[in-house]
Design a protein around this ligand. Structure first.
Ligand code: SAH
Ligand code: SF4
Length: 345
């Protein structure tokens, strides 16, 4: 079976060239072809000698996903791709044109094992982890497709990044180190449902990334109903791990809170929430629910969400309602994939 070359960095390509008996500078040429020019067939790498190309073709492949569907929002600020990897797994990635640059929403797993009751990615369970190279392809695909430079990314597609810890960490290091990509750690956001022991591990890496916690509830009773993971990692220990994270990395965390009508958006929840996150000095991002078939919740009226936000602010919490992007293209986690699978059933 052929081995995959996509995702190899320059030193790894150098080693490979040595093994194939080619001079060192060929590795830079190969690197530039793949990652700077998006040439993903050895045949088309005209600068490489024919004999070397043949050796590569014999034992190696450039394993890169194909596009199944592409959607763009009418304001052209958001686009979404449904991708198919070589084992036929389907995942989604979203591009957002932000005032500060292009930002990508990355999927870290095919499906997700956590099973939050409001999330399309959790409906079908976990199929498998994505490799670092497969995550990297999500960044490069956008760069190649629109000839743009990616400024930042959020790990907010399907999957729980901290349940695919090693691959996610390698991926972030690649994005930081790869010549021509060099995304700064400050422009990377890792969102987690709260895998407490892994938050300690991540803190010890001391990377200046942004950590976002999907909090979504003012107490464990409500959290248990909507996020089954909280039975394993209850709030008191989880919040303690976030304190440790903030102290160790000197980076403030963000809390995400999806407003679910009648579930976690009542007036009494404001004070409870404020009290819980005040010691963290975290910013709260209130997220209007993306409604979709199979998800048994409703999004509150905008007026009600604004009221909830103002009440939090009155309690001294830095809260904002997340600007919506991509609702019309089913941009929330897993929704386009569900639609595709349904339409093609
Ligand atoms: N598994 C990680 C990261 C992926 S989910 C996590 O849960 O944090 C990324 C974000 O999308 C999370 O905050 C998640 O709660 C949110 N999300 C999931 N389903 C959603 C929906 N239907 N509407 C709005 N946000 C949703
Ligand atoms: Fe998994 Fe995140 Fe969806 Fe929960 S919200 S099921 S953790 S992807």
């Amino acid at each position: 079976m052929k081995q995959n070359i996509w995702g190899k960095n320059l030193p790894e390509l150098r080693t490979l060239m040595k093994e194939l008996g080619a001079p060192g500078y060929r590795s830079q040429q190969l690197f530039d072809y793949m990652y700077k020019r998006g040439i993903l067939h050895f045949d088309e790498m005209a600068q490489l000698p024919k004999a070397l190309r043949n050796k590569l073709i014999e034992s190696w492949v450039i394993d890169f996903p194909t596009i199944v569907r592409e959607q763009r929002s009418s304001d052209r600020k958001t686009a979404k791709l449904l991708l198919r990897y070589s084992d036929n797994s389907l995942i989604e990635t979203v591009l957002m044109n932000q005032p500060y640059g292009y930002s990508v929403c990355i999927s870290t797993q095919v499906g997700c094992a956590v099973g939050c009751t409001f999330c399309a990615s959790g409906l079908t369970g976990l199929q498998r982890n994505l490799t670092a190279a497969e995550m990297l392809a999500q960044i490069y695909l956008w760069q190649f497709l629109y000839d743009i430079k990616i400024h930042s990314f959020v790990l907010m597609g399907s999957g729980e990044p901290l349940q695919n810890y090693d691959n996610v960490l390698s991926f972030m290091k690649m994005c930081h180190d790869f010549e021509g990509l060099t995304i700064s750690y400050r422009n990377m956001t890792l969102s987690t449902s709260g895998i407490t022991p892994k938050i300690y591990d991540l803190a010890k890496e001391k990377l200046p990334i942004t950590l976002a916690l999907s909090l979504h509830a003012p107490n464990d009773t409500i959290r248990n109903q909507i996020m089954p993971i909280s039975k394993w990692y209850p709030l008191p220990e989880l919040l303690e791990s976030l304190q440790f994270y903030t102290q160790t990395t000197r980076r403030r965390v963000t809390c995400e809170y999806i407003l679910l009508a009648g579930v976690n958006d009542k007036p009494e929840h404001v004070a409870e929430l404020a009290q819980m996150i005040r010691p963290l000095r975290a910013h709260v991002n209130l997220i209007p629910l993306n409604e979709s078939p199979g998800i048994p919740y409703r999004r509150p009226e905008m007026k009600h969400s604004q009221e909830f936000c103002e009440q939090l602010q009155k309690q001294g919490i830095a809260a904002t309602i997340r600007k919506e992007m991509g609702t019309e293209i089913q941009a929330a986690c897993g929704q386009l994939k569900m639609k595709f699978v349904r339409d093609n059933a």
